[in-house]
Design a binder for this molecule. Structure first.
Ligand SMILES: [Zn+2]
Length: 280
């Protein structure tokens, strides 16, 4: 458990409040929340907004009481989080220091105009563009994200295909507005390139889901059996993708990436505020 305690001391050394980060499983989904304890508070309060779930609690409220309060309101919390997911994200600016998510981790944008290629050292994305050219920054970063996505999806597809007893299919990147992945009758699999923002276990779920369609075309119990054999916790991953996926897209969802390039003709305008789901 992540415990970032921040104390604000009053004159008599009694803390005014303490803030800490926690995680809890609710309705099969891992939900992170901020807990604020205060000596002035008399009851536990729950708030869900664009920052996620916040819990206010009296200074000495036992952890178990807070947990049972959250569990008792699990449905309300997950419903509220899902509602926020559907909302328009904050605007994003292509500038030095802005962060984009890659495989669930933030990469900080650093303009590197002297470079011919955009590269990442795992902490920064050295973007081959001038700091004052946001359009070029967007284009270069998008190119890098797409090639990283294609390579990652290719590797994961090659990893899971034998486990599902299917051949390794041709994969393509899509920019679908409503789907993370799709499987085509010719045996070609499309993955939404923005999946590359998500943590690896969530990407794996989409990869396995689409590969399982090479065995079973529909969503019958036989299909879910195939998925379950490879990913026993697929239900939790699916729920997490649905409820928490937007956090990784974050501000990114609002970018007008009207970037076109020869190598990938399917780049189209991203529709702000729409978070793709799986076909159903
Ligand atoms: Zn499906």
């Amino acid at each position: 458990m992540l415990d970032l305690l921040r104390f604000n001391f009053m004159k008599n050394s009694v803390p005014a409040q303490a803030e800490s980060q926690h995680q809890i499983m609710l309705d099969g989904v891992s939900v992170s929340y901020t807990l604020k304890r205060s000596p002035r508070r008399r009851s536990i309060t729950l708030t869900v907004d664009e920052n996620g779930l916040r819990v206010g609690a009296p200074w000495r409220s036992p952890e178990t009481r807070i947990a049972s309060m959250l569990e008792g309101h699990a449905h309300w919390i997950t419903r509220k989080l899902a509602a926020w997911q559907a909302r328009k994200p904050l605007p994003f600016t292509w500038e030095t220091g802005a962060a984009i998510m890659v495989l669930g981790q933030p990469l900080t944008l650093l303009p590197a105009p002297a470079r011919s290629n955009t590269t990442s050292d795992g902490v920064h994305l050295h973007v081959a563009a001038q700091a004052d050219q946001p359009v070029m920054m967007a284009k270069q970063a998008t190119l890098w994200l797409r090639s990283t996505a294609l390579e990652w999806f290719g590797q994961r597809t090659a990893h899971f295909a034998p486990m599902l007893d299917v051949g390794v299919p041709d994969i393509r990147l899509s920019n679908a507005r409503t789907r993370w992945g799709s499987c085509h009758p010719a045996g070609r699999v499309h993955f939404n390139w923005r999946l590359i923002h998500m943590p690896a276990p969530l990407i794996d779920y989409v990869v396995v889901h689409e590969l399982a369609h090479l065995r079973v075309a529909n969503h019958s119990p036989r299909f879910w059996h195939c998925v379950e054999q490879v990913l026993p916790d697929h239900k939790m991953r699916r729920k997490t993708l649905r409820l928490e996926g937007h956090r990784y897209l974050g501000a990114w969802g609002a970018i007008q990436t009207d970037v076109t390039e020869a190598r990938s003709p399917d780049v189209t305008k991203w529709n702000p505020g729409v978070v793709p789901g799986l076909e159903r």
